[in-house]
Design a protein around this ligand. Structure first.
Ligand code: ZN
Length: 682
C-alpha cells in the first residue's frame, strides 16, 4: 500500500494532482511510526558524546519526512478543500499533537540536548547552531520538562483544560454569531448598502428560504451595515447584537456566555505561569519574544497611546462636526463607521474602483519582481510546466548568479473550497544536507483576489496590491535565507513579535512614487497611475490614523494588563474600563462586551502578544526609513537588509539583527511619521 502512496514517495515538488484523501492518514501514521522507531533507536544507545551530526541531523531528517508528507496535505486542505480531505486532515491533528507532546516531554531527548549545550561540544558549534540549541532547551523547559512528576502532571492537566476552554470559547462565539439574524422585507431599510452587500444579504435570505434580505452577524454583513446603512435604528440594533455576542447582556443575554470561560482561562494561565516559575502569564509569553520585559511592553504601548491621543481627538472632532452638518448632533458608537465613510468620500473623492484599471495583475507582479531584483540582486522567472493543484496555480524560480536558489507557488484568486484571507507558508525549508548538497527552500503564497472578469485581465485594488507585497515579504524571508539548519532557516525560530518585520516592510513600496511607477500601468493604455489619483491616494492614506492607532493600543494594553495581573482582584470588565479611561477618545456604551468575542487572545495564539502587531510595525517602519534616507531602490541598502535580516532567519536574536542593519536600536519616529502622527495636532 505504502509503495503507491504519493505522500510517501521522495519528490522534488509535491505531486499535488495524485494526492487523494485516502492517502493522508495512512501516510501520517506510517511516518509517525517510523519517527518513533528512529527516535527510540537514536536514544537507546547514546554515544559517549552527542554532537550536531549524531543528534540534530537525524532529528532534522525525521522532521523533513514528516513535513514532506504533511505540508502538501495542509496546503490542499486550505486551497482545494473537500469533505473527504477535511475529514482526513482532521483525523491527523490529534496524532500530530500527541507526537509533539511526546517529543517535548522526552527526558532522554532533553538530556541529549543538555549534553550538547555544554563545554567543548557547544563551543564547537557555530552561532546559528548555538541559538537553535538554546531555543530548544528553552522550549523543553516551557513544556514543563524540568518539573517534578506531580507538577508535570498538573502541567498536562492545565494544558488540556486550557485547550478545551479555548476551543469552547471559539465555538460559543461562532454559535452566538449564527444565532442572531434580522429578516428585512422593506428595501428602504437597506438604503445606502452597495450592490455587492445587497446581493450577499439576498443570498443569505434565499439560503433560509426567505424572501427579501437577511442581515447576519458575520463580519462582512455587519461591516456593510455599519459603514453604509442610512437607517440609524438598524445600525443601533445590529451594533447592540454584535457587541454583546456570547455575553450576559444584549438580545441573546446568557446564551453561549463566554464570561465564565474568560475567568477560568485567566486563572489557569496564571497557575501555568507560576508552575513554570514566572510571576504572571505576560512574563511567560515574553519568554519566547523579542520584547525584554513586561515594563518595556507596557511603556511602549502607553507611549504610543500618549503620542496618538491628540491626533485621535482631532479625528473625532472632525467626525463630530461633519456628522452634525448631516443632522446628527449626538454621535454614537453605531454612527462612527457610517459618518467616517461619508467623510472620507467627501474629503478625498477616491475609490478603490477608480484605481483598479491601473493595477492589472501581471503588471503588478512584474513591477514587484523588478523592485526586489534591484534591491537584492536576484532574478525571478516563471516556470510553466509543473504538477498543479488548480489551473490558477503558478510557479516561480528565484535565481541568483544563474543558479536557482528557491521556488514559490502562487495561487492568487478567490474560489469556492479555498480558505479566505492571504498567507505565506513554507513548503520546504532551506537545509544543508549531510551530503554537502543544499536543499532549496520552497514557499506557498496564497491570496483571495477577484479573478479576471470577461476578457479583461484580473485588476487589483490597491489594498490587494498591498496584501500581495506583504505576503511576498514573508516569502522572501523564507526564500532568501542563508541559514543551513531548518530550525532557524527562513521564518523558523523567529520571535512572534518580530516575524511581521519583512512583510510589513515590503508594503512600503506600494506607497512610494518610485515603486508605484514600476507596479502600475493602465490595462488598456499602459499609462502609469496619473498624478492626481496618486495624490488623492496618498492623502487618504492616513485618514483617521490617530483613532486607528488608539484602537490598536487599547486592544494591546487590555490584553497585556489582563495577563500581567497587577491587581488580581480586578474583574476583566474593570481592567477594560480602566484601559479605556486611559487611552480611548470615544468609549463605547456600557453594555459593550467586546472582550467576550476577543478570540485572538482567548482562543488564538495572541495572549499577552497582541502588542506584536505594533511592535513589528515599529521595526518595519524604522528599517524602511534607512531606504528613505539612502534611496528606496538603493542596491547597497537592499543588500544590507538582505544580509542582516532576510538571510538570517531565527539564527540570532531579532534585536541583534535589527541593530546590525540599522546601526542602532529601533526608534518609534518612522512609524509615527508614516502614520501622519507627528508635529502638532491642531
Ligand atoms: Zn503577515
Amino acid at each position: 500500500m505504502t509503495s503507491s502512496n504519493p505522500l510517501l514517495q521522495s519528490y522534488d515538488l509535491p505531486p499535488f494532482s495524485s494526492i487523494r484523501a485516502e492517502h493522508v492518514k495512512p501516510a501520517i501514521e506510517q511516518v509517525l511510526a517510523d519517527s518513533r522507531a528512529a527516535l527510540a533507536q537514536l536514544l537507546d544507545n547514546p554515544p559517549t558524546q552527542w554532537t550536531w551530526a549524531n543528534l540534530i541531523e537525524p532529528l532534522d531528517d525525521m522532521g523533513e519526512k514528516l513535513g514532506r508528507a504533511w505540508s502538501p496535505v495542509s496546503h490542499l486542505n486550505a486551497v482545494l478543500n473537500s469533505a473527504d480531505l477535511r475529514d482526513a486532515y482532521n483525523s491527523c491533528l490529534p496524532l500530530l499533537s500527541e507526537f509533539s507532546t511526546e517529543m517535548g516531554q522526552n527526558q532522554k531527548l532533553f538530556a541529549a540536548y543538555q549534553q550538547l549545550s555544554e563545554g567543548e561540544a557547544f563551543a564547537q558549534l557555530d552561532q546559528a547552531q548555538q541559538t537553535i540549541i538554546e531555543h530548544a532547551l528553552r522550549d523543553f523547559r516551557l513544556s514543563g520538562i524540568a518539573l517534578p512528576a506531580e507538577q508535570q502532571k498538573r502541567y498536562g492537566e492545565l494544558q488540556m483544560r486550557l485547550s478545551e476552554l479555548q476551543s469552547k470559547f471559539s465555538n460559543q462565539l461562532m454559535d452566538a454569531t449564527q444565532a442572531w439574524t434580522k429578516h428585512i422585507t422593506d428595501a428602504a431599510q437597506l438604503d445606502g448598502l452597495p450592490d455587492s452587500a445587497l446581493a450577499q444579504a439576498k443570498q443569505a435570505a434565499e439560503a433560509k428560504e426567505l424572501d427579501g434580505w437577511l442581515i447576519t452577524l458575520e463580519f462582512p454583513s455587519y461591516y456593510a451595515v455599519m459603514t453604509y446603512a442610512r437607517d440609524r435604528a438598524l445600525r443601533e440594533e445590529l451594533y447592540t447584537a454584535y457587541c454583546t455576542r456570547a455575553s450576559e447582556v444584549g438580545p441573546q443575554a446568557g446564551e453561549n456566555d463566554n464570561g465564565p470561560l474568560i475567568t477560568e482561562i485567566l486563572t489557569l494561565r496564571q497557575e501555568l505561569a507560576e508552575l513554570l516559575g514566572f510571576a504572571n502569564y505576560a512574563e511567560l509569553s515574553l519568554a519566547t519574544k523579542m520584547a525584554e520585559s513586561t515594563d518595556q511592553v507596557v511603556s511602549f504601548l502607553r507611549d504610543l497611546g500618549t503620542r496618538s491621543k491628540n491626533f485621535a481627538g482631532q479625528d473625532l472632532a472632525a467626525l463630530r462636526e461633519f456628522a452634525a452638518q448631516q443632522g446628527c448632533n449626538d454621535l454614537q458608537s453605531w454612527d462612527v463607521g457610517f459618518y467616517s465613510e461619508q467623510l472620507q468620500q467627501h474629503r478625498y473623492a477616491v475609490s478603490q474602483e477608480e484605481l483598479k484599471p491601473y493595477f492589472p495583475v501581471n503588471t503588478v507582479l512584474t513591477g514587484m519582481f523588478s523592485v526586489v531584483e534591484r534591491l537584492y540582486g536576484i532574478q525571478l522567472r516563471e516556470v510553466s510546466e509543473f504538477d498543479r493543484w488548480h489551473k490558477d496555480a503558478r510557479l516561480f524560480e528565484v535565481m541568483e548568479q544563474g543558479e536557482v536558489i528557491g521556488q514559490f507557488f502562487l495561487d492568487l484568486y478567490a474560489r469556492s473550497n479555498k480558505r479566505g484571507g492571504a498567507w505565506m507558508d513554507g513548503c520546504r525549508d532551506r537545509r544543508l544536507l549531510p551530503s554537502g548538497e543544499v536543499q532549496r527552500p520552497i514557499a506557498y503564497l496564497v491570496c483571495n483576489f477577484t479573478p479576471a472578469i470577461g476578457d479583461k485581465p484580473a485588476l487589483l485594488t490597491h489594498d490587494e496590491v498591498t496584501t500581495l507585497f506583504h505576503e511576498f515579504g514573508h516569502g522572501l524571508h523564507h526564500l532568501l535565507t542563508r541559514v543551513d539548519y531548518p530550525s532557524a532557516s527562513g521564518i523558523n525560530g523567529v520571535a512572534w513579535d518580530a516575524v511581521e518585520l519583512p512583510s510589513q516592510f515590503m508594503e512600503n513600496w506600494c506607497w512610494e512614487p518610485e515603486g508605484l511607477a514600476l507596479i502600475s500601468g493602465h490595462y488598456e493604455s499602459g499609462e502609469p497611475l496619473p498624478q492626481d489619483l496618486l495624490d488623492k491616494m496618498l492623502a487618504a492614506r492616513n485618514f483617521q490614523s490617530g483613532m486607528g492607532m488608539l484602537r490598536q493600543v487599547e486592544l494591546s494594553l487590555f490584553d497585556f494588563l489582563l495577563h500581567l495581573r497587577e491587581t488580581p482582584d480586578q474583574t476583566v470588565q474593570q481592567v477594560l474600563d480602566q484601559v479605556r479611561a486611559e487611552v480611548s477618545v470615544f468609549p463605547p456604551p456600557a453594555f459593550n462586551r467586546f472582550q467576550n468575542g476577543f478570540g485572538h487572545i482567548f482562543a488564538g495564539g495572541y495572549a499577552a502578544g497582541y502588542y506584536s502587531y505594533k511592535w513589528a510595525e515599529v521595526l518595519s517602519a524604522d528599517a524602511f526609513s534607512r531606504f528613505e534616507e539612502e534611496g528606496v531602490l538603493n542596491t547597497d541598502t537592499g543588500k544590507a537588509f538582505r544580509d542582516n535580516i532576510l538571510a538570517r532567519g531565527g539564527s540570532r536574536e531579532p534585536m541583534e539583527l535589527f541593530v546590525a542593519f540599522r546601526g542602532r536600536e529601533p526608534s518609534i519616529d518612522a512609524l509615527l511619521r508614516h502614520s501622519g502622527l507627528t508635529g502638532e495636532a491642531a
